[in-house]
Design a protein around this ligand. Structure first.
Ligand SMILES: [Ca+2]
Length: 320
């Protein structure tokens, strides 16, 4: 999910730049001891659910970095990710994220949620290095998880699309069965070129194009066109930043595939995610509703599957 437009470096970071749940806790740069935070294990991952609009099921959770600061509480990535990247710790953090995502899959399995995938954010320079890709393949295999439950989210960036190593490595991941998503679409560079050349399963439309989309005609038409364009190239659409019921109604009408946002479910630590997910699934099996997703359930319960998905497998990776 998106950070602000001005923060392209954090946006490209491994921990997921967006963290919309609380107000930013900006620290002066001199107070950000990113290296120490990593070394002390203070950077942790929270997980935000992604919902399939066709039936309201949670099909994935996105891992988002949080700094459990000893005196300032939980900090969002925009408070520290720039320093992590600037100090050359991006790969180290991504390695930590990768391990935590695989551990999350194991926890999900044990709780009976083996149909839920995990999305990890990677910086563009991570994908350029074949060693990183091989490590992901090896660790996923060692953990005993199918690659289709690992979603690799790559933020669009100018150096990426013409980088032969990056494209080769993306194709390697696809060939192994990993799911690839282009992150924060609409805020980066050469966006359409990414769509043309990269082997993507999902395009995540940035929150800036989604928020209040139902309020103005231009915004609505723009979003409608993007969804149609992405579907036209055989990829699926994830809509980020859904925070109002009107906007959710609109993206439902557009036949977007997945949605994410505070209206539907906030990021939470793994210890909170599992009971939340189990409660939601239990309620959905009973046909009941929960307070936070009441409107969502009501809107999706009787909604037929979009024709392009009817009769087709809807697990990740099946769209392309
Ligand atoms: Ca992301």
């Amino acid at each position: 999910m998106a950070n602000t437009h001005a923060h392209t470096v954090p946006s490209a970071g491994p921990g997921g730049a967006s963290a919309p749940q609380s107000a930013p806790h900006h620290l002066p740069v001199e107070q950000v001891d990113a290296r120490g935070a990593l070394a002390r294990g203070e950077i942790e991952l929270w997980f935000q659910p992604e919902f399939r609009l066709a039936d309201g099921k949670v099909v994935a959770v996105e891992a988002l970095a949080r700094w459990r600061h000893p005196t300032r509480g939980i900090l969002r990535p925009d408070a520290f990710l720039t320093q992590i990247v600037d100090e050359g710790l991006g790969v180290a953090l991504t390695r930590q994220v990768m391990s935590a995502c695989l551990a999350c899959l194991t926890t999900l399995d044990r709780a009976g949620h083996s149909d839920v995938a995990v999305a990890m954010n990677v910086p563009w320079d991570w994908i350029v290095d074949r060693k990183n890709v091989d490590e992901l393949i090896r660790l996923t295999e060692q953990a005993g998880h199918h690659p289709s439950r690992m979603i690799v989210e790559i933020v669009e960036s100018a150096p990426l699309v013409r980088n032969a190593h990056a494209l080769r490595n993306l194709n390697v991941l696809r060939a192994h069965g990993f799911v690839l998503a282009l992150d924060d679409f609409g805020t980066g560079y050469n966006a359409l070129e990414h769509l043309r050349y990269m082997p993507l399963n999902y395009i995540k439309i940035d929150r800036s194009l989604v928020e209040k989309c139902s309020d103005d005609v231009r915004g609505a038409r723009l979003l409608q066109g993007i969804v149609a364009m992405v579907h036209g190239i055989g990829a699926a659409v994830t809509v980020e930043g859904v925070s109002r019921e009107d906007d959710l109604n609109f993206v439902l009408a557009l036949n977007a595939d997945l949605a994410q946002g505070n209206l539907l479910g906030e990021a939470m630590p793994i210890g909170a995610l599992i009971p939340w997910l189990s409660g939601l699934c239990s309620d959905q099996r009973r046909g009941g509703r929960r307070m936070r997703d009441e409107s969502f359930s009501a809107m999706t319960r009787d909604r037929p599957l979009p024709s392009r998905q009817r009769g087709r497998p809807t697990f990740f990776g099946a769209h392309v």
